[in-house]
Design a protein around this ligand. Structure first.
Ligand SMILES: Nc1ncnc2c1ncn2[C@@H]1O[C@H](COP(=O)(O)OP(=O)(O)OP(=O)(O)O)[C@@H](O)[C@H]1O
Ligand SMILES: [Mg+2]
Length: 376
């Protein structure tokens, strides 16, 4: 997948930005606070229908403007062109999506069409934050890789909200709560198992990529390990009747606890992905450098996984990579990623085009200043 053109109107601090992208490497260079990250945020918006930061769409509208428009022209690896426009109107919070001059009903139908891998500084929480950050990571990759996962996850979250509402309201009062939950619970369990199966398989495949990538970055021989811990017992015999009845039993056993706490304690929304190097946990014991290398290796692995599942090279967005890693490691990351697909990199260092990319063909360096973008 390549993004050939990008236009932003009224998005963050961009009044009217028009970019013709390089099919290889795009460098956005400028001082702090000029609008570099905003460009990566807009590209992400085109490919998943929302920002990578958890912020309301209204924050993305340029202060004083009525709404924003993002337009991108994508070319898939097989040559098909997709002209994608998203218009957001602040007043009525309306989001409209058009692909190739046709209105799409739901913006979420974008997810997976234009796969993207994003690395931005806040994602350190994947390696050093709580379990929710790592679940978000898994969901983001799997939703882009498999439409059925995304649909299942959306439904699961809806059922979970309903279930929690019933459990919360009826805590210690209503003895009929089991009857009230019954109509939802079979589907709830089915999705809980489905999501867990996907995540288990994903983790196994990702680990294979990760082992290579991590050692390429650190040029050492440590072993990165991914371990998935789930309340849903689906590690063996996936899909069999025995498996289903085991999951059902485990689910049923949590009922008293759920009544007591007034919330759902069984299911993939409580699971943990443990990241390890050799036999120690990254979050607790890894050095900062090890954590950063782990994260970058995870992102490169994500890109390889998406390519395999979607048969489409994802776009790679690297926000402030050079602020993240030392020169030797960031050079190695650039070597690795530039061979993988179209890359978008931001930096405050205006010499990076010369120092990092002079040996690579076709890069374009853009200057970003007060929300305006120009070719260098
Ligand atoms: N809704 C908005 N309307 C207008 N300006 C905004 C809006 N949201 C953010 N900005 C402005 O965008 C700028 C930040 O842009 P961005 O985060 O892309 O900077 P950056 O170039 O990546 O900087 P750094 O190098 O510090 O990461 C700030 O000046 C901020 O005030
Ligand atoms: Mg930035």
């Amino acid at each position: 997948m390549k993004l050939e053109k990008l236009s932003l109107s009224g998005f963050r601090n961009h009044i009217a930005t028009n970019i013709v992208c390089s099919p290889t490497i795009n460098l956005f260079v400028g001082k702090n606070g000029q609008g570099k990250t905003n460009i990566l945020e807009a590209i992400t918006y085109l490919s998943i229908g929302k920002s990578f930061f958890s912020v309301p769409d209204n924050n993305l509208v340029r202060r004083g403007d009525a709404g924003f428009l993002i337009y991108g022209s994508f070319k898939s690896d097989n040559g098909s062109v997709y002209n994608v426009g998203i218009r957001y109107t602040g007043e009525n919070k309306k989001k409209e999506l058009r692909i190739n001059n046709k209105d799409e009903e739901r913006v979420s139908s974008l997810v997976g069409m234009f796969p993207v891998v994003i690395l931005y500084p806040e994602q350190h929480s994947i390696t050093n934050g709580g379990p929710a950050e790592r679940r978000r990571f898994m969901d983001m990759v799997l939703s882009q890789a498999h439409s059925s996962y995304f649909e299942m996850l959306t439904e699961y979250r809806r059922l979970l909200r309903q279930r929690n509402a019933i459990l919360g309201e009826s805590r210690q009062r209503d003895h009929r709560v089991r009857d009230m939950l019954e109509p939802w619970d079979e589907t709830f369990l089915e999705y809980a198992v489905g999501i867990t199966v996907y995540r288990n398989n994903f983790i196994k495949e990702l680990e294979t990529y990760l082992k290579n990538n991590y050692n390429n970055i650190i040029t050492g021989s440590e072993t990165p390990v991914l371990r998935y811990e789930s309340s849903v017992p689906v590690t063996e015999g996936i899909g069999s009747d025995e498996q289903k009845s085991k999951a059902y039993e485990a689910f049923a056993e949590t009922f008293d606890t759920e009544r007591r706490y007034g919330t759902t304690v069984f299911g993939p929304h409580r699971d943990e992905l443990v990241l390890m190097i050799n036999d120690f946990e990254v979050r607790k014991y890894a050095s900062q450098g090890q954590q950063k290398s782990f994260l970058v290796a995870l992102k490169i692995s994500e890109s390889q996984y998406l390519l395999e599942k979607r048969n489409e090279q994802p776009l790679i967005l690297l926000d402030d990579l050079f602020g993240e890693l030392d020169r030797e490691r960031s050079n190695r990351v650039l070597e690795l990623t530039s061979g993988m697909g179209q890359t978008f990199v931001t930096s405050v260092d205006e010499t990076i085009g010369k120092t990092h990319y002079s040996s690579l063909n076709g890069h374009i360096q853009f200057n970003v200043s007060e929300g305006a973008v120009s070719n260098v």
